[in-house]
Design a protein around this ligand. Structure first.
Ligand code: C2E
Ligand code: CA
Ligand code: CA
Ligand code: CA
Length: 281
C-alpha cells in the first residue's frame, strides 16, 4: 500500500480533511470578523491575596461566531497567529480594553480596580511601531499608562532580546507595566530574570495545580515567590481553583491570585459587582 512508502502517502482520512477545511474556513472568517464586530472581551479578576480586593482584571478575547457560537481563543488564536490576523485582533483588543477600563475608572474612581491586563502576542509586539500604537491607543481612550499591564510571553523576551528589551524599556518609561505570562513554561533562567525589564510574573497554572499534593511543586513556587520579592517583581498565581491553594500561596507571601476560586471570566457588566463584593473573594 502507498501508506508504507516511507509514510509520505497517507490513506485519505475524512476527519483530517474536515479539520483542514475548518482551519481554512476559520482563516477566511477571521479576516472579516473585526469589521463584522464579532469579537468581544470577557474579564477575569486578579485578586490581592492579603486583602481579598480585586486589584485588576485580565481581558480575554472571545469570538461570537455566527454559526459556531461563542469561541474560546483556543479555537482560533493559532490560526490567527499563522495568518497574521492576530495583529489586528490584538489592536482591537487593546483599544476595547482601554476604553472599557477608562469607563470603569470614570464611573467608579474609588474602586480598588487599578489596572487592566491585556495579552499581546509575539507577532503583534514585533510589528514595527507597536510602542507608538500603544501610546496612541492610551491617548485615544483617555486612559493613563499606569492603568495598563501588557502580558507577553517568556519566549518573546528571550528571542530578539535587544529590540524587544529596548521597546519594553520605552513602554515602562511611559508608565505601562509588563508581565511575563505563563511564567515557568519557557526556559528563562532565573538568573536572567534580574535583568529583564518586567514588573510582574504570572506563574502558570501548571505550577499551581499540584502545590498541595507535591512537595516539589510547593518548594518550586515558594522559591520563585521569594526570588521575585527580592527582585521587586510582583507575582500573580494563575489557575487558583480552591481555598487550600489560596491559603498555601498566601502563606508563601504570593501577593496576587487569579482563578475560578475567585471568578471565571465574566462579561463587562458583571465586573463592578465582583469588585464591590469583596467578601465573596
Ligand atoms: P492565558 O493568558 O494563560 O489566560 C488564562 C486562561 O486560563 C483563560 O482562558 C482563563 O479563562 C483560564 N483560567 C483562568 N482561571 C482558571 C482556572 O482557575 N482554571 C482553569 N482551568 N482555567 C482558568 P481563555 O480565556 O480560554 O484564554 C486562553 C488563552 O488565549 C489565554 O491564556 C491567552 O494566552 C490567549 N488569549 C486570550 N485573550 C487573548 C488576546 O486578547 N490576545 C492574545 N494574543 N491571546 C489571548
Ligand atoms: Ca494572559
Ligand atoms: Ca497566563
Ligand atoms: Ca496559563
Amino acid at each position: 500500500a502507498k501508506g508504507e512508502d516511507k509514510g509520505t502517502w497517507q490513506r485519505y482520512r475524512p476527519e483530517l480533511h474536515s479539520a483542514m477545511v475548518q482551519r481554512l474556513e476559520t482563516r477566511a472568517a477571521l479576516h472579516e470578523a473585526i469589521e463584522l464586530e464579532q469579537f468581544t472581551l470577557m474579564y477575569q479578576p486578579i485578586v490581592d491575596l492579603e486583602t481579598g480586593l480585586v486589584s485588576g482584571v485580565e481581558s480575554l478575547v472571545r469570538w461570537q461566531h455566527p454559526q459556531r457560537g461563542l469561541l474560546s481563543p483556543y479555537d482560533f488564536i493559532e490560526v490567527a497567529e499563522e495568518s497574521g490576523t492576530i495583529v489586528s485582533i490584538g489592536s482591537w483588543v487593546l483599544r476595547e480594553a482601554l476604553a472599557q477600563f477608562a469607563y470603569w475608572r470614570r464611573t467608579e474612581p474609588a474602586a480598588s480596580l487599578a489596572y487592566v491586563s491585556v495579552n499581546v502576542s509575539a507577532r503583534q509586539f514585533r510589528t514595527p511601531g507597536f510602542v507608538d500604537h500603544v501610546r496612541q491607543a492610551i491617548e485615544d481612550a483617555h486612559a493613563r499608562p499606569e492603568w495598563l499591564l501588557l502580558e507577553i510571553t517568556e519566549s518573546l523576551v528571550l528571542r530578539d532580546a535587544d529590540q524587544v528589551w529596548a521597546d519594553l524599556r520605552v513602554l515602562r518609561a511611559m508608565g505601562v507595566r509588563i508581565a511575563i505570562d505563563d511564567f515557568g513554561t519557557g526556559y528563562s533562567s532565573l538568573s536572567y530574570l534580574r535583568q529583564m525589564p518586567v514588573d510582574v510574573l504570572k506563574l502558570d497554572k501548571s505550577f499551581i495545580d499540584d502545590i498541595l499534593d507535591s512537595e516539589q511543586q510547593h518548594i518550586m513556587v515558594d522559591t520563585i515567590v521569594s526570588l521575585a520579592r527580592n527582585l521587586d517583581l510582583a507575582v500573580v498565581a494563575e489557575g487558583v481553583e480552591d481555598l487550600g491553594q489560596r491559603t498555601a500561596l498566601a502563606r508563601m507571601g504570593c501577593p496576587y491570585g487569579q482563578g475560578y476560586l475567585f471568578s471565571k471570566p465574566v462579561w463587562p457588566a458583571d465586573v463592578m459587582p465582583l469588585v464591590h463584593n469583596v467578601r465573596a473573594l
